[in-house]
Design a protein around this ligand. Structure first.
Ligand code: NCD
Length: 295
């Protein structure tokens, strides 16, 4: 089973993955056999290492594909590279700067392909970790007010998360600079499909929020770097913003955070992004088990 887009998952599948992750946290993991390969054509810390850690905890073996020292340098095609990885591993975890590349890899490979982020398109396993963290911290998800804050236009985590949250019956507030709203097609799609209530704002205002989900300004995806810098200065979460919010509001971030959250917030009870990053291991064990068809 591949995992390329949140659209490939239904509510029941998500619940099954969460149940597995909860059991893994409570009772530990089962020993599994197999080899996974991490094929990251773009930088990564958490996604790559937490998948590797997940696989190793399960007793599986990991082979890491390093583009810079591979035959890609000699001009070998992406397609042939994927065919080779498919020969040597039982599952491929891929990250690539081009939208749609994970779907293409899944078409070429016989083994499961898991999307660890394709361009500005999707990052479904991150969305699962995010929603799992909200449930764990808040004890529920349905009916929560969730504010998404920052560069909502370029962040792939946002696209997968929007779809996953809409499936979970939450109320959404989108707070972004003008022109960096999420893709209008996604908004129309989730409004139509899930009747999600969505409010759009252009200034920080977190009065009703139960959860604030921050994303960084994705400077590498801006044609005009000066524009990115300007926005970075305006869209920051300060401790003073949280003082005006609900006392039990939590702050999440897929990380890496650069300077969009002040250091004071890190030390506050609201910050849950390091716990969120730790949840990556049990959730990704559950994802590997699900995609690799393990009972
Ligand atoms: C994100 C990514 O690479 O999409 N990081 C992650 O996987 N946790 C977020 C980002 O780069 O802003």
């Amino acid at each position: 089973m591949d995992m390329i887009s949140m659209r490939d998952l239904d509510k029941k599948t998500i619940e099954t993955i969460f149940e597995r992750a909860e059991n893994i946290e409570k009772f530990g993991y089962k020993e599994r056999k197999g080899i996974i390969t991490t094929a990251f054509f773009e930088t990564s810390t958490r996604t790559k290492l937490s998948f590797q850690s997940a696989a190793k905890h399960m007793g599986m073996k990991v082979i890491d594909f390093v583009p810079e020292t591979s035959s890609l340098v000699k001009g070998e095609s992406f397609s042939d590279t994927i065919r080779m990885l498919d020969n040597y591993a039982d599952a491929i975890i891929i990250r690539h700067p081009k939208d749609g590349s994970a779907r293409l890899a899944a078409k070429l490979a016989k083994h499961p392909v898991i999307n660890g982020g394709d361009g500005a398109n999707e990052h479904p396993t991150q969305a699962l970790i995010d929603i799992y963290t909200i449930k764990k911290e808040k004890g529920k998800i349905t009916g929560l007010n969730i504010s998404l804050f920052g560069d909502l236009g370029h962040a792939r985590t946002m696209h997968s998360l929007l779809y996953g949250l809409a499936m979970s019956d939450v109320n959404l507030t989108l707070i972004s600079p003008k022109g960096l709203e999420p893709n209008a097609e996604i908004i129309d799609e989730i409004k139509k499909e899930f009747k999600t209530e969505i409010v759009q704002k252009y200034e920080p205002d977190f009065t009703d929020a139960d959860v604030i989900y921050v994303v960084r300004v994705q400077e590498e995806r801006f044609a005009d770097k000066y524009e990115a810098k300007k926005i970075k200065e305006q869209f920051k979460l300060e401790l003073s913003d949280l003082k005006k919010a609900k006392s039990n509001v939590i702050v999440l971030h897929p990380l890496p955070k650069i300077d969009e959250i002040s250091a004071e917030v890190d030390k506050s009870k609201h910050a849950k992004y390091f716990e969120q990053a730790a949840n990556a291991v049990p959730v990704r064990i559950a994802i590997l088990e699900y995609c690799m068809g393990m009972e």
